[in-house]
Design a protein around this ligand. Structure first.
Ligand SMILES: [Mn+2]
Length: 416
């Protein structure tokens, strides 16, 4: 159910506000001056490159991590990171740092919804890390990965900016670093990519993708402007680059390892702009545009309950449903695709008058091998194709009973 992700991280689909935010002149400068210590060449990877102006708390945190990792040549460190722009940016920068220290690092991206890593578990086993670093993964997800990997992860560090919870599932020593360990900046505005950059030095332009991807551009406006200047990138180009990363990590998940390798091997953003990934993003956008046209021509809509169904090409349902539903706020939009043995659908409604998560559950009622659920504005479901008509009927029935077109009832408050 990739739907949970797209609703929790619906930021992925809206790039316009990001642009507006960076272009606007009134970005909050906040406590940046205090944290703005990466004055030196951020593209360099040696720890010495990180300016001595660092505050003492961050130096202490970096020391703690280094002591914990106890790096020596050949030491095997697994990096398990989130599979979004921030996670990729953080992981690539950490790998660059570890390799500069002559450790052997391997990155595994974690997909929250399939609960799988970007390389098979067997590969993790064969790699046999001596230590593991989790990046940009909420503590609950760290626990989930640990319960799957058992003791394979070994002693671990989590560098993350989600709310602190309890990590369970591992008997080894661990160390958790949150932004509050060394900064007063609110943790959601301190992406993991920026944490890694500030702790170890890193690649400023790669860091920028994580900062933009996690909507932290106001907090780090000066940093982003510096990156733009240094690499002669307009803000539009910098955002385009981030969107390429986001397109691959969300729509072409199978290419995330290759993308990550290309980023690691690139000294400047130039190669990303020349890569197949940019081509894929362009192709994706072009196909999305055509699918949108087809939606308006061919979608099956039932005006009595305000729902539209539409089948589209694989890997487009999530993005297309988000776009269509934002153009039609008072319609329930259900977009299907069939990547394998199951039909998968993305359900969206942006005026919050229908609980899409409940609708998904109601629509799969009685269908064997089906699954579904999610949040109020966004949900997902999957079921065997022979139940297509039953699914549609049950979705309409649910809406008929819930009467979304009737008087507005504040049954559902804000998205939880
Ligand atoms: Mn993040």
């Amino acid at each position: 159910m990739s739907e949970k992700k797209s609703s929790l991280k619906s930021k992925k689909s809206v790039s316009a506000p990001k642009k507006a935010a960076l272009n606007s002149k009134k970005g909050v400068a906040s406590s940046k001056s205090k944290m703005n210590f990466n004055k030196s060449n951020g593209n360099s990877i040696s720890p010495q490159s990180v300016s001595v102006k660092k505050n003492s708390l961050i130096i202490t945190a970096a020391h703690k991590i280094k002591d914990f990792l106890d790096l020596d040549p050949g030491k095997r460190i697994a990096i398990v990171s989130d599979n979004d722009a921030d996670g990729v940016s953080a992981a690539v920068q950490l790998r660059i740092y570890l390799e500069a220290e002559r450790a052997v690092a391997m990155i595994f991206y974690y997909d929250h919804y399939s609960n799988k890593l970007s390389y098979p578990k067997q590969t993790f086993e064969q790699f046999a890390p001596e230590k593991t670093v989790f990046l940009d993964l909420a503590d609950a997800f760290v626990s989930r990965v640990l319960s799957d990997l058992g003791n394979l992860a070994g002693p671990f560090i989590s560098i993350d900016h989600h709310q602190r919870e309890i990590i369970s599932g591992n008997a080894f020593k661990s160390l958790v670093i949150k932004p509050s360990s060394f900064s007063e900046i609110e943790s959601s505005k301190y992406p993991a990519s920026k944490m890694v950059f500030d702790l170890f030095g890193g690649r400023d332009w790669i860091c920028a993708f994580g900062v933009i991807g996690d909507f932290a551009f106001d907090e780090w406006k000066e940093f982003l402007l510096k990156v733009q200047k240094k690499y002669k990138l307009s803000s539009k180009k910098l955002f385009e680059l981030t969107e390429i990363i986001e397109c691959i990590t969300s729509q072409y998940v199978e290419k995330i390892n290759a993308l990550s390798d290309l980023l690691s091997a690139s000294a400047t953003p130039k190669r990303i702009l020349e890569s197949e990934f940019r081509g894929l993003k362009k192709l994706f956008d072009a196909r999305l545009k055509i699918l949108k046209e087809f939606f308006y021509k061919e979608a099956e809509c039932f005006d009595d309950v305000g729902i539209c169904f539409f089948k589209c090409d694989n890997r487009f349902a999530s993005k297309l449903s988000t776009i269509i539903s934002s153009e039609n706020q008072s319609k329930t939009v259900v977009i299907f695709e069939q990547p394998g043995d199951f039909i998968k659908c993305s359900i969206r409604r942006q005026d919050h008058k229908v609980n899409c998560g409940e609708l998904a559950k109601a629509a799969i009622m009685g269908i064997s091998n089906a699954g579904g659920g999610g949040h109020i504005p966004a949900a997902g479901a999957q079921f065997p194709p022979e139940f297509f008509e039953q699914f549609k009927k049950q979705a309409r029935m649910y809406l008929l009973n819930k009467s979304p077109l009737g008087p507005i009832k504040q049954v559902y408050s804000k998205q939880s």
